[in-house]
Structure formats: structure tokens, C-alpha cells
Design a binder for this molecule. Structure first.
Ligand SMILES: [Fe+2]
Length: 241
């Protein structure tokens, strides 16, 4: 375990990402998948918007959310990322990728997550897929080591800080092989995009949670702020009663 931890720490430092195989997370994610299949999937219809809402509600299920707040989870990712006191940055978010109507073959282009956080420079993203992911399926594509370059040339859009083509045109990309329930830990500065395999008929349902380091003094100087706000749709109730 100690050797594995050192390997993960070194990989995270030099590549900006590491895959952590944590048995307790793998077991919990396997249970979460059962929950999805039994409670959420049967409610799917041919209404793609309704299905997307169900996928979001899955991330709100207390059992699913608790995995990412468990002591073991936070301790493991903190050690590898060198985080002293982890605090969540934003909610647990679900990402669905498929070539069917619900996913529509959509994936985010190359981007960096930090501009959608604006918080600690040591912040990380924990990404877990319910199914195996890699070049043969859908997944994530990363530019190893480029997190060391800080904020790269790009443009803030409504959905992400999208990188300029000059950043990745000549770059060597990696699609990590990640087994179901393993944790992809990424620096918030690591350039990445959704890997959509046009020939893959299955789907990918991943969950991600971001964390900051409360002991990052530089973040403290900036007031411990993050970019998240709680938005309430004040009109949603109209027509519901
Ligand atoms: Fe991202």
C-alpha cells in the first residue's frame, strides 16, 4: 500500500493525474450502480431531458453523495494530492456520455477546470465512472504534464474554459484505462476533454467532485472564495400546483 501510494503521488505530481484503485470506493460504486439500475433507469423514458434530470438526481442521492465525503475517500485523495485540509468545491456532478438520444454523442472539448473554480491552486477533481472506461469505451482524454504550465490560452464559455487549438494541436493525448469505481484524480489545471468513442454502443455515467485545500495560504489571502453560487429558479413552481 505504501509503495502504491508513493507511485500514485509521483504520478500525480509529474502527470497531473493518477488513477487510484481503492477497494472501498469500488465496492460502494458497485452498489451505486445497482441503485441506478433499480431506482433510476426504470424511470427513463424517450424524453431525453427527463433522463438527464434523473441522472442529475442520481448524484443527489445521499448514498452516492456520501461516497465522496467518506473519511477513507477524502484521506486517500488528500495524501496523493498533498492536500492538508480538504474542503468540497461545488456539488457532486454527474456526466453522461452516449451516442443515444440522452447523451447525443456530446462531450466537452479540451478545457481546464480551474477557471470554473477560481479557488485554491492546489484544487483537484475526483472523477469516478460506474463502468470501465478507456480507448475502447467512452472516457476522458488528458494532456499529461501540462498542468505545470498553469492557465493555458483559452476562452471562458458558458460551459467551460475551452482551450485554444494551439495548446493541443501537437500534443500527445492519453485516454487512461480506468476500471469501474476507480478514482481518476486530476489537478484542476490539467487539460482534458470527454473521450467520445463513436463506435461504442454503451454509455458512460461518471461522477465528479472537486476539492480545495483550506491550508493553502495563498487561497486564504484571496478570501477562501470559490466560483460556485446557489441558483434558485424562482419560476419553476409556476404550473406545478
Ligand atoms: Fe472538466
Amino acid at each position: 500500500m505504501g509503495d502504491q501510494l508513493n507511485t500514485d503521488m509521483n504520478a500525480f505530481d509529474s502527470n497531473g493525474w493518477a488513477v487510484l484503485e481503492l477497494p472501498f470506493v469500488q465496492n460502494k460504486i458497485s452498489e451505486a450502480k445497482e441503485l441506478f439500475n433499480q431506482q433510476f433507469l426504470p424511470k427513463f423514458t424517450d424524453d431525453a431531458q427527463l433522463n438527464r434530470e434523473l441522472i442529475k438526481r442520481f448524484a443527489d442521492h445521499p448514498f452516492v453523495a456520501s461516497i465522496f465525503c467518506s473519511e477513507e475517500f477524502v484521506e486517500a485523495i488528500s495524501k496523493v494530492a498533498g492536500i492538508s485540509t480538504a474542503v468540497k468545491c461545488g456539488p457532486l456532478v454527474s456526466h453522461y456520455t452516449s451516442n443515444n438520444m440522452t447523451g447525443n454523442g456530446y462531450g466537452l472539448p479540451y478545457h481546464q477546470d480551474y477557471p470554473s473554480m477560481g479557488s485554491s491552486h492546489r484544487s483537484v477533481i475526483c472523477w469516478v465512472n460506474l463502468a470501465d472506461s478507456g480507448p475502447e469505451a467512452h472516457g476522458v482524454e488528458v494532456l499529461s504534464g501540462r498542468h505545470k504550465e498553469g492557465l493555458l490560452k483559452g476562452e471562458q464559455t458558458g460551459s467551460a474554459y475551452v482551450l485554444d487549438a494551439s495548446v493541443f494541436e501537437e500534443a500527445e493525448a492519453t485516454v487512461p484505462v480506468i476500471s469501474a469505481g476507480s478514482v481518476l484524480l486530476m489537478s484542476s489545471f490539467l487539460p482534458h476533454r470527454t473521450y467520445v468513442n463513436a463506435d461504442f454502443s454503451g454509455w458512460k455515467l461518471s461522477l465528479s467532485q472537486r476539492f480545495d485545500d483550506l491550508d493553502d495560504r495563498e487561497w486564504g489571502v484571496r478570501g477562501f472564495k470559490n466560483a460556485y453560487r446557489t441558483a434558485v429558479d424562482r419560476d419553476l413552481y409556476i404550473g406545478s400546483i
